[in-house]
Design a binder for this molecule. Sequence first.
Ligand code: ZN
Length: 900
Amino acid sequence: MVLWIIESSQKRRQLIDRSFRPCFYVQGPERLLARLAEALPARAAVSCVLTERQNIWDRQPLRVLQVSAHHPTLFAPLARFVRRFDSDLILYDSDLMLAPMYCWEKNVFPLARVDIEATEVAPGFSPARAALKGGATPPETGGLPGEIRSIVCRDDEWLTDYERPPVRTMRARLEGLSDVNPRHGRHGAMEVAIENDWQVLDDSDEPAAAAFERLLRVHDPDVLVTEWGDSVLLPGLLRQAQRRHIRLPLNRDPVPVASTRSRSYMSYGRILFKDSTTTLFGRLHIDTQNSFGADTCEQEGLWELVRVTKLPVQYACRTTPGTGISYLQMEVAWRDGVLIPAQKAEPESPKFPDELLLADRGGLVFPPRLGFFENVAELDFVSEFPSIMARFNISPETVNCPCCPQAPRVPELGYRVCQRYRGITSRVVERLIHKRRQYKEMMRDGIRDTGHGTRDTGHGIRDTGTARELESGIWTPESGIRNSGLETGGFPENPHLTSRAPSPEAQVPSPESRVPCPASPTPNPVSRNPSPAACKQRRDVLKWLLVCCFGYTGYKNARFGKIEAHEAINALAREKLLVAKEAAEQRGYRVLHALVDSLYVQKSEVRSQEPGASGSASRGWGLGAGGWGKTLPLPIDDGRWSISSIGNRQSKIGNCEKAADREIRSALPSPAPSPQSLAPTPQPLAPDREDYERLAQEIEQLTGLPLALEAVYRYVVFLPSKQSAEIPVPNRFFCVSDAGELKVRGLECRRHDTPPFISRMQCEVLGILAEARDFTTYCAKLREAREVYERYQAQLREGSVAPEELVIRKRLTKAPSSYQKNSVTAIAARQLDRAGVKLRPGENIEFIITDADSTFIDDRVRAWTLWEGWRGYDVDAYGKALANAFEPAAHFGKTVGGRQ
Ligand SMILES: [Zn+2]
């Protein structure tokens, strides 16, 4: 196993650990196992021993053959050999990634602080050998790896105030729009930055590859953060280097760069596209356009993800959080001595959180009452599904276990839950929930007292290096491992390091029992007290893991998947939501909307503007009007885990708050009466936070699940479906908290395909409305907002909108040639196809509507990357889109309150 570390002297060093002997287990008839135990050592350096491990489903001991590979590169080939040896054999632990297994065994994790004892140069390595491989030999590393004698972790992955390793980062991107795929034909020269000092590599003085090589050599970055580096930038540089005979070692390890091909795949009925990847050995490549949890240059979320899951960094940011959660589960199983079953089939393609939400959050929904409501509280079950898993011990192996026939039953379903063993999943989520809560508290504290020094926890840090397990060839799906310079086994063994205790429980202390270490004698080079923003990023990553954990319990291909566990969680969630709703109503609150794990409640005497109550022809919708309690899949843009497109506006709103306050007070001297006195009690009440807090506490006690008062809103506007003004839909609303923060769901500005021009108008309009305190001021603000809207329309008609403001982004659902109809997406895709751009289903394309009604089909839209000069845009089409985006703001101001 190859590790890269940063020593306390800042020296980067490559080290080899030859003591790692990954093993898998084989179950089958004894005579077959005996034959196998004879056959294997004849073929490879391997040890076979009969042992006992537990079966996950019934916790019974199973007699299995433990096969330990003497070299990690042998692990995957050995497993393949056993699979072919006899189809009666069942393999366990055989398809795991080696890097996490190494971490489990050594009690380390990526980016951890460690004490390492190592030799200067590993035996068997000579300068000639390293040079032969043609890799980089930066002067600092000396080009020769040392050999690890011992490695001891001085860190804990469950710590919240850990120190981040002092990595050197280099950034690279292409000039131009960063969100548009450069493969579609529009990009400028390459730009590279060290410490935000951007320079252009434009081939004019020297080829970009040569300039890039020089920068790499001089700055020797640990991390390369790119935009489109996976599919365009790095492959392009490598091609140029090859063409021009430039030596360009992107890796620190003397091995070639690893790459995978792009592919399209189906996931939950949607076609998605996964771009190709380019990963490095000895340094980390993060492509922010092709990764997950890696959006900012600080990478707080990603670092948190790899610490907790122990996945290799470059793999973690390119895979789904589901993989992370399954490795967390496997680690717990492995430490328990439980056999890890093989992936049941080809794992389903990576899923991103929005898809998981769509697929998995099929919870209980009470459609909203439509209208404008003042003083509404949102009560949220905090991490509801994970909390249920933790509290009720729901894990695939605990539902309907064979050991507890008398266990209490899950409501509705009658499933039993184990009383004897704590579920693996329950333990995993418990820790994640706990850590997430700690970050929440730190955020609160950090915001309360900013600017104080680092907290010294006395968690020891010795002056050895921070271990950086850069995945130096640790994972490749095919060969399992590609250890730089160690393609073959057969190096002399170190007798002191080859002994291996038979059971992992015996040799592996639990994380809690790690040796405490003395306080650091040297000051920490990097602050350990994360900022509130860092805490938020870390919390978000933990939240993704928790969301996916729920998804994976019902996922048919998951190793630890069992649909009954999934159903049990859903059933409990439904029951808890019903209990919460009834409890609120019994206490005199109106439940306006309830959605899987959140409730919008209002003290019933507070006034509201509802179309049903105004005596119009429409009936009262919402609760009790029939059709409620349906189980609905939720729209994708719930957006809780996506970055809010109105984030910038929010901070502005905060600043506007006081001014707006004054303005309203001067305009409206007294509690203004409702314009049409529609509501039962026209007198508005001051928001009563305490009452809502009490309600939350009472519901929490009744349900046994943590319930938080998420916010008290000055007002909430629940909007109907776009198709029919009478049909309520969950998740199409906006509201303004008592702190003046806007929350938007299901509107255009939350959608990724909305042109920036339209989004901007809507955000601006909502921002103005966010200054309103109640219905009266809302109506006043609406006039102001309408002026903004008219200004946008005028700008559009003048033809002065920049084309990039009108770009629409759509996902291709099929190959360009397979589109039958002339939809705008199809036309743009065909244009790109004709221009030689290879498009795959699931990819995003960008275009502008030029003349939607043109008889000449190709004139209707233009692919954005083929836009040359001025082509003009379709004023009517974009005007309609503007009107549609303004409608939600005006909907109730107009129909109920009467504008003007
Ligand atoms: Zn049981």
